[in-house]
Design a protein around this ligand. Structure first.
Ligand code: SER
Length: 339
């Protein structure tokens, strides 16, 4: 008999790493992973099967359908925002084409075991497009349905895939004759910039915060690629992982939206620098603004309204700005770099 399993795509990335550590404690739900890159050896030990391959390989996805009863999917594989601007068509292929493949995969799984597959999708503050800095300052906390005019390929991909997920969960093949058992149960979080103490991101535009912190911990100089006054929402990785798990286990009838904002704190780049210098005296942080990356973060909101997530699935971050640094980032990072 096929055993219910959870599938994580893009599992070797930052969120995947944190998610596997949390899910590994539950022996009732074995984890299988799909990623182009191998998992870190300590993480690989926690999964029951690591598949090295692509979400664009539909033959491979069909083989997984045949072999496993996947009832929960965390589809994390994507090219991030800065990287996507260098290769926009490749980003579209992976971020949109890959997500379409995964939704089809979940639909087939649901049909084969007769109940919906819960499908968790990480969207992003990149779906927003603030037209200018004055509007950004005036808007403050942005609601999910405001300013949905992204300026990046990544943001467009995420916004569209939210819609695609909504389509699969509510309208897929409604006009077709065949009877479908179980639609995809699509649920989506719009993440702010995530800061992990144990991994360093690559290819994102919110990376200036984690890069600054990790560089200081390693004793390396860092040229921050955005202006000191740059402000976007951030969150400590454990709260991001918790939010995904809470949304995954929320009763369907409580969820009034497809995509939910979540946020925790929103320091300016200068405010981040100040804490980093306090914790790592002698840290060398300068401003080396990249106008293109600056343009991207300027188009992201300064803050998000996450009332719906708090109400519908009980989202409540453990770490505010001070606690994120004092109780999570600084102690864990110091341990990681042996300081
Ligand atoms: N933080 C991501 C990035 O910067 C967006 O989701 O690309």
């Amino acid at each position: 008999m096929r055993k219910p399993v959870v599938l994580i795509t893009g599992a070797s990335g930052e969120i995947g790493h944190g998610l596997i550590e949390r899910l590994a404690g539950d022996p009732a739900r074995p984890i299988i992973t799909l990623d182009l890159n191998p998992l870190a050896p300590d993480i690989a030990k926690m999964v029951s099967r690591e598949i090295q391959g692509s979400i664009l390989d539909t033959n491979l996805l069909d083989r997984i359908v045949a072999e496993y009863e996947v009832d929960l999917v965390f589809h994390l594989a994507a090219l991030l925002s800065t990287r996507s601007e260098f290769t926009p068509t490749a980003a579209h292929e992976v971020n949109v084409g890959g997500t379409l493949n995964m939704l089809e995969f979940a639909q087939k799984q649901g049909e084969s075991h007769g109940r919906p597959v819960v499908f968790l999708y990480p969207s992003s503050i990149a779906v927003y497009g603030m037209p200018d800095l004055e509007t950004k300052a005036r808007a403050g906390e942005v609601k999910e349905d405001q300013y949905n005019h992204p300026i990046t390929m990544y943001g467009c991909n995420k916004l569209y895939c939210e819609q695609l997920g909504h389509y699969y969960s509510r309208h897929y093949k409604q006009l077709a004759k065949e009877k479908l058992s179980g639609r995809v149960d699509f649920r989506c979080i719009r993440f702010p910039g995530l800061i992990s103490a144990v991994t360093v991101p690559s290819g994102g535009t919110s990376d200036f915060a984690p890069e600054m912190i990790h560089a200081a911990a390693r004793g390396e100089a860092y040229g921050c690629f955005v202006r000191p006054d740059t402000r976007i929402p951030f969150m400590a990785m454990p709260d991001g992982v918790d939010a995904l798990l809470q949304l995954a286990s929320a009763p369907r009838e409580r969820l009034r939206r497809t995509a939910y904002n979540i946020g925790a704190f929103n320091p300016s780049a200068e405010e981040i620098r100040q804490v980093v210098v306090r914790e790592f005296p002698g840290a060398q942080i300068t401003w080396d603004v990249d106008p293109k990356r600056q343009g991207i973060v300027d188009s992201w909101p300064a803050d998000v309204d996450d009332c719906a997530a708090r109400k519908d699935f009980g989202f409540e971050p453990k770490y505010d700005y001070e606690r994120a640094f004092s109780e999570y980032l600084i102690p864990t990072i110091k341990k990681r770099y042996g300081k």
